[in-house]
Design a protein around this ligand. Structure first.
Ligand code: FAD
Length: 384
């Protein structure tokens, strides 16, 4: 593994950072306060090629390696986790699932639109009674001739009300558990498909979150993504990509906290000295720096494996678990270092504090990541 970024990766980091500092950061706090999903910024990101990241060029993508994709995601995450969530869902959960499982017709129909940002995607796995255990899903898909009839509700879905395409999972045969699950591509406007927003969240307030509701929603056979019965595999492969992206976004949060804290600790004075001269403050900053390096290297290790087509599920869980918990630690200490100012929405770190927590919950909680890692090490499944 080469620790030096390539010239292209360096250029990508500089370009995305400049974009993030000039276009995302100035409006992030306002969008957060207003709970406003910044559709125009998503378009701008698409125009910059960020939404095409690792998608092959023949389908309208940028054809980048996974390390470059992590760099883009990290820099967007440093600026705004709400927007980073949209990026993660669009590219990692939806577009990359199409690349892996789609028919040629599905790829040609949806990927160029997704990469260009003309179409937004969402990923509907979670249900009111099925979160950590998706095999308990209650949404059903019943075959009627050459069509499928979907019934059920997905909840806590990012991009739910703004997406034109929903990748949705449903049970085709409750007796079969995992093996009965199928994945469907459901277009907005399909009869019997509606959405409902979820508001008043702790964080990610500029990210669109909501429910997907299916009431006798009928889709053609061609809406299946992957074979019927392979839906669980589709979901798990999507989460491999999604967790990688979440971990990279968390590296951005830690970097943002470290940048803000080193600057503030040098200028804020107490007892006649900069607070950065106190060893207990340096302790928090040093821990952030160590967590930053460790999280970034874990993400790059997973990216390196992905780029070489090697197994990476456990390494991705390790990166996601560590980076998300480290982001919460960094944001907590950042608020501490900023004191009362950190407790105010005027300081940049309050938003990091509210936004970091969700990364330990979505795309598999920290507990689920630890069970995946433990099961792998022990050779004993922690799940039934
Ligand atoms: C802002 C936001 C955006 C989201 N976006 C999406 C999205 O786009 N698509 C989507 O499908 N979902 C999305 N989710 C849902 C998310 O993936 C789920 O919340 C997550 O998988 C956890 O499920 P749950 O909330 O039902 O918690 P539960 O599964 O009910 O878990 C509750 C607690 O129990 C623990 N727990 C559960 N099982 C075990 C076990 N076996 N051992 C030990 N502890 C356990 C969990 O770790 C957790 O601490 C989003 C959630 C949020 C908050």
């Amino acid at each position: 593994m080469d620790f030096d970024p390539t010239d292209e990766q360096r250029l990508i980091r500089d370009t995305v950072r400049r974009f993030a500092e000039q276009e995302i950061m100035p409006v992030a706090a306002g969008n957060d306060r207003a709970g406003r999903f910044p559709r125009e910024l998503v378009n701008r990101m698409a125009a910059m090629g960020f939404l095409g990241g690792p998608i092959p060029k023949e389908y309208g993508g940028s054809g980048l390696d996974y390390i470059s994709h992590a760099i883009i995601t990290e820099e967007v995450g440093r600026a705004d986790s709400s927007l980073r969530t949209t990026l993660s869902v669009q590219v990692s959960l939806v577009a990359l699932s199409l690349v892996r499982w789609g028919t040629e017709e599905q790829k040609r129909r949806y990927l160029p639109e997704l990469c260009a940002g003309r179409l937004l995607g969402c990923f509907g796995l979670t249900e009111p009674n099925a979160g950590s255990d998706p095999s308990g899903m209650e949404t059903t898909a019943i075959k009627r001739g050459d069509r499928w009839v979907l019934n059920g509700t997905k909840t806590w879905i990012s991009n739910a009300t703004v997406a034109g395409l929903a990748l949705v999972f449903a049970q085709t045969d409750p007796g079969k558990g995992h093996d009965g699950i199928a994945a469907f591509l459901v277009e907005k406007g399909s009869r019997g498909f509606s959405t409902h927003p979820i508001t008043e969240k702790l964080g990610l307030r500029a990210s669109d979150t909501g429910e997907l509701i299916f009431e006798d929603c009928t889709v053609p056979d061609s809406a299946l993504l992957g074979p019927s019965g392979h839906g669980f595999k589709v979901a798990m492969s999507a989460l491999d990509n999604g967790r990688y992206s979440v971990a990279a976004g968390c590296v951005g949060i830690i970097q943002g906290c470290l940048d803000a804290c080193t600057e503030y600790a040098k200028t804020r004075k107490q007892f006649g000295r900069p607070i950065g001269s106190f060893q207990l403050v340096q302790d928090m900053i040093a821990r952030m720096a160590v967590d930053l390096d460790a999280a970034r290297l874990l993400v790059f290790r997973a990216g390196h494996l992905k780029d070489h087509g090697l197994p990476h599920t456990v390494e991705t869980s390790i990166a996601k678990y560590f980076a998300s918990e480290a982001a919460v630690r960094a944001a907590t200490d950042a608020v501490q270092i900023f004191g009362a100012y950190g407790y105010s929405e005027e300081a940049p770190v309050a938003r990091y504090y509210r936004d970091a927590k969700v990364a330990t919950i979505y795309e598999g909680t920290s507990q689920i990541q630890k069970l995946l890692i433990g099961s792998h090490l022990l050779g004993i499944r922690a799940f039934t």
